[in-house]
Design a protein around this ligand. Structure first.
Ligand SMILES: Nc1ncnc2c1ncn2[C@@H]1O[C@H](COP(=O)(O)OP(=O)(O)O)[C@@H](O)[C@H]1O
Ligand SMILES: [Mg+2]
Length: 253
């Protein structure tokens, strides 16, 4: 059974076509990396999958169930059930600065699951903090921990609602280079748990190693899609070749 099917997703901002007929599928437990130059539509795609934007046209299915369907000129419906199937970790962490780490994790669940005992929710939060190596920081505020730690808190927070598909939008690009490793290690550990994930990233080595599938996006289109060995080892599209040679150059300087 496919974990995710995205069919012909299109999105415009005014006259600008940001996503053009984007289609792909993911099996359960697969990790998909999306690479590409800035402005190519990667963030918009993740935002459409998390219903922070409404795609103008196309369909999204999770485990064979239609969770989103839009046709030109019609108003698509977004349900809470559909929203809960996806989680998103942002580039800038987006923690609530006025709440401590533990409260950042529990807030949404306490609002959603009014009948679940508070202690049970907090216990789950502490388990997830342990998983990301931050049990000691439960009572700290976001401003009291490093960027890498904040991003690990954001990952734990996304896991609180147990999304079927967890998305990351450049999870390490706001971090100093010495802090990226700890975040990438957490993401890698989620792959070992068989979690289905979509990761937009500029970390080419990481994408090569962690992904089952890679998509190269340019100008709102999937230019190339394949297994990491194919895509990085023998790129076909001229745009991907140019992109990879630039990325390699950047890594050397
Ligand atoms: N809310 C918005 N309103 C208008 N244009 C937008 C908006 N969000 C993104 N865009 C435009 O859509 C294009 C794709 O952006 P984005 O999805 O952020 O690309 P990427 O994440 O690949 O850098 C860019 O040209 C960007 O300026
Ligand atoms: Mg982006």
């Amino acid at each position: 059974m496919k974990a995710l099917e995205v069919k012909n997703l299109s999105k415009k901002f005014g006259d600008l076509e940001v996503l053009k007929n984007v289609s792909f599928t993911l099996e359960e437990g697969e990790v998909l990396s999306i690479i590409g130059s800035s402005g190519g539509g990667k963030t918009t795609l993740l935002r459409c999958l998390n219903f922070l934007e409404k795609a103008d046209e196309g369909e999204i299915l999770v485990k064979g169930e239609d969770v989103y369907s839009a046709k030109a000129g019609e108003k698509p419906v977004i349900t809470e059930e559909a929203q809960l199937r996806f989680g998103l970790v942002f580039q800038q962490f987006n923690l609530f600065p006025q709440y401590n780490v533990l409260d950042n994790l529990t807030l949404a669940v306490k609002l959603k699951e009014k009948n679940t005992p508070k202690e049970q929710i907090e216990e789950k939060a502490m388990e997830l903090l342990k998983k990301v190596g931050l049990s000691e920081k439960a009572k700290n505020y976001p401003c009291q921990i490093s960027g890498g730690q904040q991003q690990r808190v954001a990952i734990a927070r996304a896991l609180m609602l147990n999304p079927e598909i967890l998305c990351f939008d450049e999870p390490t690009s706001a971090l100093d280079p010495e802090l990226t490793g700890e975040v990438l290690r957490v993401i890698r550990s989620l792959k070992s748990d068989n979690r289905t994930m979509i990761i937009v990233t500029h970390e080419m080595e990481f994408a090569k190693n962690v992904s089952d599938k890679v998509i190269f996006m340019a100008d709102g289109v999937i230019e190339e899609m394949g297994e990491p060995n194919e895509l990085f080892g023998s790129p076909k599209s001229p745009k991907l070749k140019a992109f990879l040679s630039r990325e390699n150059f950047n890594q050397e300087i």
